[in-house]
Design a protein around this ligand. Sequence first.
Ligand code: FPP
Length: 250
Amino acid sequence: MSIKDSLNKENIPSHVAIIMDGNGRWAQERGEHRVFGHTSGVESVREALKAATECGVDYLTLYAFSTENWSRPKEEVDALMNLLVETIANEIAELNENNVKFMTIGNIGSMPESVVKAITDGVKSTENNTGTKLILALNYSARWDVANAMKIITQKAIDGEIDPESIDQEFIKQYLSTADFPDPELLIRTSGEMRVSNFLLWEMAYTELLFTEKYWPDFRKEDFFQAVLEYQQRERRFGKVSEQVKAVNE
Ligand code: FPP
């Protein structure tokens, strides 16, 4: 039986987030430039999206460019920006064919104009699709997102629109760039690194973390299904004890 067929259809995570890591090392180990790792990683993005769609994951969030990535060599940053523009433009038709809704989180307005345009076109062209939501985190960091939410909320308090006493977790969530998405049940990080690197810190309070040794360009559909299978074998307790969780599930 394939891994996909062995998944419990009743317990598919609704939101999977991925830190796509190891492109540079993958390329360097082959004597290639780091950028070759990024271009090769695009095929893995397709695979992850296909796998998510096939097994019924509603939201797939990919960490494609962090706020911190701007400090990489200019040549690599420029290549990543070009790759983003090209990939989004090339993939729109196929996203539409597969009813995928393309969305982003992050400080998009501060990205190069060509990237903003590609994103705006992609989002607009797929906005009525009702299938899997593909969310690219671009110029994103979780601390940036929280700081941004704080700015908006503080201004509302100063303007007398809200009472600071009414600020609770649900209220804060509304001002994060992930406001419209459920928290991810599963995070996958490739390349053997075991960090969350400023990704979805608020949203990952109860997320299951799964680390694989594979470099991102080697990631395939089977690896996605394997991660979901491992997720299904975990017991999610949300701070409760095991007996309480079992009682609820019985
Ligand atoms: C991390 O590997 C990867 C990135 C910073 C960029 C991810 C981008 C892609 C997979 C391609 C573009 C994606 C889309 C959706 C168009 P790394 O460079 O940190 O690798 P290293 O840790 O081995 O140096």
